[in-house]
Write a protein that binds this ligand. Structure first.
Ligand code: 6PG
Length: 508
């Protein structure tokens, strides 16, 4: 690249894309002593940002902007490290193409968007062929996380990781020796000490795959909380502020997590427009989604992993989106009228247990999925490490993640989280309540698809016998798809001409 002689290569890192996540990540990096140069396709946005930083941010001396793309690249020290924070998909490809044309072999490009892992695999290969390092890094924690400490899930070649490791470990969220997040939300004064919530996940698309599963778990975690809320509302007639207290109390125990904490906060928010009642009661009940939950479920289906509760969480959003149809159907499709249940404390405890047991199943599915993916994509994933870096910064951060970290530490080859002694015990303890809650929901016509689906997974996984014998017979009957026999060795397949009398059995 012909460089502008007036540009000095002073920046430790460059960042492209100044939507809120990009801005906050840049500020976080600068807060940690690195010089950041930023670029945005619309120059106005870049200048606005830089002006704001100069006025408000203690890290201002370490932040600069460039309006010209070549000047932006030229102002980064070699080997260059360039972070892309633009819209996933075509936007990312466009920036990568632009960069690939001017950066040098040995430079490192990092995609911090929610990219589909297959895109990351493709991009990594294309850039590797040109000698350019590519890291696809999951970044979780929303706007605040990006600003003050996200959980970072980088995938790509180890060499590339070593280049960005000092920055990634500095800006990531930190947890103390008990796995509790250490937080500071003061600009210029980041959290000190602790273990960083980042680690090299694996080659090419591994980081983005793990981030995607994080989001799949996020979907089910959120759906389970919503179902707990709906049961409290429908069967106990509780008001939002009262439920807020329950969630705040739950946040002190095994369910302690960011999502439970924000739920407690949300439920006590009064409606600012009407000045009476709670805001949550005015929010339209149709859920949006950007696609990562769907990708997780599609990947599970593709690999034959029974992540049914995770898929259920996506379908629950789809069903919620059919508001008009639901309103019309509510007038014609009859069901039981939800009855107010007596024994509030008992039911609340049961809902708590149902939520906890379902959550264990959901995480079991997420880790089972990653286990299948590592075989499919030839990654070597360290599940203990993944659980460890999810303890702080990310949306699913929870006390629970320390238990998962411990479970994989005790048995790195654990085949299903439900089998780990701690979780097995919790499931044994909570399942009676869980079953009661699910029955009560069914009897009263309160939709709780994730609670139910998680229970079906638990019962299915622990079932020595399932009715798939009949299913295989049906398949063989109409399609000669063959079946194996219980009284023969695995791998020997048979076929019977079912409709015919005499039915000779043929080994297929
Ligand atoms: C995170 C979040 C983040 C984003 C989700 C929202 O980890 O910080 O998961 O990535 O908020 O993608 O997803 P939906 O719009 O699909 O709910």
């Amino acid at each position: 690249m012909t460089e502008n002689p007036n540009i000095q290569s002073v920046a430790d890192v460059g960042l492209v894309g100044l939507a809120v996540m990009g801005q906050n990540l840049a500020l976080n990096i600068a807060d940690h002593g690195f010089h950041v140069v930023v670029y945005n396709r619309t120059t106005e946005k870049m200048t606005e940002f830089i002006d704001k930083v100069k006025k408000e941010e203690p890290s201002a001396p370490r932040m600069s902007g460039q309006a010209d793309f070549k000047d932006f690249v030229a102002s980064i020290k070699r080997p260059r490290k360039i972070i892309i924070m633009v819209q996933a998909g075509k936007g990312t490809d466009a920036v990568i193409d632009q960069l690939a044309a001017i950066v040098d072999p040995g430079d490192v490009i990092v995609d911090g968007g929610n990219a589909q892992w297959t895109d990351t695999i493709r991009r990594e290969k294309t850039l590797r062929d040109k000698g350019i390092h590519f890291v696809g890094s999951g970044v979780s924690g929303g706007e605040l996380g990006a600003r003050f400490g996200p959980s970072l899930m980088p995938g790509g070649p180890l060499d590339a990781w070593n280049h960005i490791k000092p920055i990634w470990t500095a800006i990531a969220a930190k947890v103390d020796d008990k796995g509790r997040p250490i937080e500071s939300h003061i600009p210029g004064q980041p959290a000190q000490g602790g273990e960083p919530c980042t680690a090299h996940i694996g080659s090419d698309g591994a980081g983005h795959y793990v981030k995607m599963v994080h989001n799949g778990i996020e979907y089910i975690d959120m759906q389970l909380i919503c179902e707990a809320y709906f049961l409290m509302k429908s069967l106990l007639g509780m008001e939002a502020d009262e439920m807020s207290e329950v969630f705040a109390e739950w946040n002190q125990g095994v369910l302690s997590s960011y999502l439970i904490e924000i739920t407690a906060d949300i439920l006590q928010q009064r409606d600012p427009r009407k000045k009476k009642g709670f805001l949550v009661d005015y929010v339209l009940d149709t859920a949006g989604q950007k696609g990562t939950g769907k990708w997780t479920s599609t990947s599970a289906l593709d690999m034959g992993v029974p992540a049914n509760a995770m898929a259920e969480a996506v379908f629950a959003r789809c069903l919620s989106a059919l508001k008009d149809e639901r309103v019309a159907a509510s007038k014609t499709l009859k069901g039981p009228k939800a009855q107010k249940v007596k024994g509030k404390t008992k039911l609340l405890d049961a809902i708590h247990d149902a939520l906890y047991c379902s959550k264990i199943c959901a995480y079991a599915q997420g880790f089972q999925l990653m286990n299948a993916a590592q075989a499919e994509y030839h990654w070597t994933l360290d599940f203990g490490s993944i659980a460890r870096i999810w303890r702080g910064g990310c949306i699913i951060r929870a006390a629970f993640l320390q238990k998962i970290t411990d479970a994989y530490h005790d048995d790195p080859k654990l085949i299903n989280l439900m089998l780990a002694p701690y979780f097995r015990k919790a499931l044994h303890k909570g399942q009676e309540s869980w079953r009661k809650v699910v029955s009560l929901a069914a009897e009263n016509g309160v939709p709780c698809p994730a609670f139910m689906s998680a229970l079906a997974y638990f019962d299915g996984y622990r079932a020595k016998v399932l009715p798939a014998n009949l299913l295989q017979a049906q398949r063989d009957y109409f399609g000669a798809h063959t079946f194996e026999r219980l009284d023969d060795e695995r791998g020997r397949f048979f076929h019977v001409d079912w409709p015919e009398k005499g039915r000779p059995m043929i080994e297929a």
